[in-house]
Design a protein around this ligand. Sequence first.
Ligand code: AMP
Ligand code: MG
Length: 388
Amino acid sequence: MVTIEEALKILTDQQVKLKTEIRNLSECLGFSLSKDIVASFDMPSFDNSAMDGYALSGISKEYIIVGEVAAGDESRVTLKEGEAARIFTGAKVPENTTAVMMQEKTKTTGNKLFLDQEPRDGQSIRKRGEELKKGQVVFEKGYTITPAGIGMIGGLGLDKVEVFKKPVINLITTGNELVLPGKEKQEGQIYESNSFALASACEKYGFKCIDKKQIEDDFKAIKAGIKESLEHTDVLILSGGISVGDYDFVKQALEENGVEELFYKVFQKPGKPLYFGRKGDKFVFALPGNPASSLSCFYIYVLPLLYKLSGSSKTGLERYTFSASHDFENRSDRPSFLKVKIENNEVEILDGQGSSMIRSMALGNALAFLDAETSVKKGDLIICYLIS
Ligand code: AMP
Ligand code: MG
C-alpha cells in the first residue's frame, strides 16, 4: 500500500519515450508542441488601424481628407500634418499617422473632417510588434494547443506543426455480471458502464481509446486479453477484478504477462485497490470496478500519465481551493476524494459518496480532497480538482 503522494510520485517519475509527428494546423487541437514556436516576424507586422474611422496626422479637431486605405491595401498614402485618410480596421496606417479616430466620433462635410474631441497620440493604432517581436518564443515546448493557440499559430503563418504523438489507449473491462447497455439483463447482472465513462473521460481530455474488450472473470481469458492488448497499446486500462475477491484475476494475469508492478493499493477512498504497472514502454492501470472509484482513479492517476505521455506540460486536473458551503465530517480513515459541486465560489459536498455511486459525480463538477477523519467548517478552504 502506498500513499496518494507516493503513488503520484511513482507516476510522474516514470521515464517515457516520446515520439513526434508533423500535423496540419487544423488537426492540432489538444496536441502538445515538441519544440518552441518562435515568431518569425513582428506581430502585428505593420502599424494598423484598430477601428473603422480616420487616420489623422497631427493633433487637432479638424482635418482635410486626402485618401482612403482598406484592409489588405498596401498603403501608399502619406499624410501631412492636418490631413486625414479614411481607414478601415486592420488596414496599414499611412506614413505620418498620429492616431486613428473611430468614425462614430467624427463628422464630415465634403473633404473636411471634424472630430468631437482631439485624438490621443497613438490612439486606435495597433503598433507593429506590440503583441510579439520577431524571434520571441510564442509557445514553449509542451504547450498543449487550444483553439486560441491554433489561432495564434495560424496567425504566424504556420500550416504544419511539430507535436508529440499521443498515447494509444486500450480498455479492458472484467466481470461475469456485466451486460452491455441496450441488452436485457438477468437477475444479478448489472450494466457495464465503466468502459463508456472511461473512454469518454479519455476523449474529454483529448485522448482516444482505440480498443475496448469485455472479458469474463476467467483467468485464462483475462491473461490472453491483456497479452493481446499490450501488443498494440501504450496505456492499457483495466476495470474490475483487481481487488481481493476469489474472482479477481487481473493482478496475477498482469504478472504472468511480464508486467512489473509499480504500485498496488493506494491509501485513499475511493479507489484503494488501484494498480499501476509497466512493461517496457507500455503502462498498465488496473482500476477498481466500482464506477465512481474507477473514474476518480482515472482523473487523479491516469490523466497525469496520459498528459506526460503526450508531452504536455499539464500535470493533471486543474486544482483550486474554494470555501466549504457547509460543515462536513469526513469519517473515513483514509484521505478521500469527494464528489462536490462548486457554485458561486463555494463547495458543496454532495450526497452519494459511495464508491459505486456515480450520479453525484455526474451532477458535480469537482473532486475535493479531504484528509482522513477531518471535520470541515463552513468557510474552510478545500482543495478541489475540477472535472468539468
Ligand atoms: P470489482 O472491482 O470487479 O470487484 O467490482 C466492484 C464493483 O464494481 C462490483 O459491484 C461490480 O459489479 C462493479 N463493476 C465492475 N465492473 C464494472 C463495469 N465495467 N461497469 C459497472 N460496474 C462495474
Ligand atoms: Mg469483478
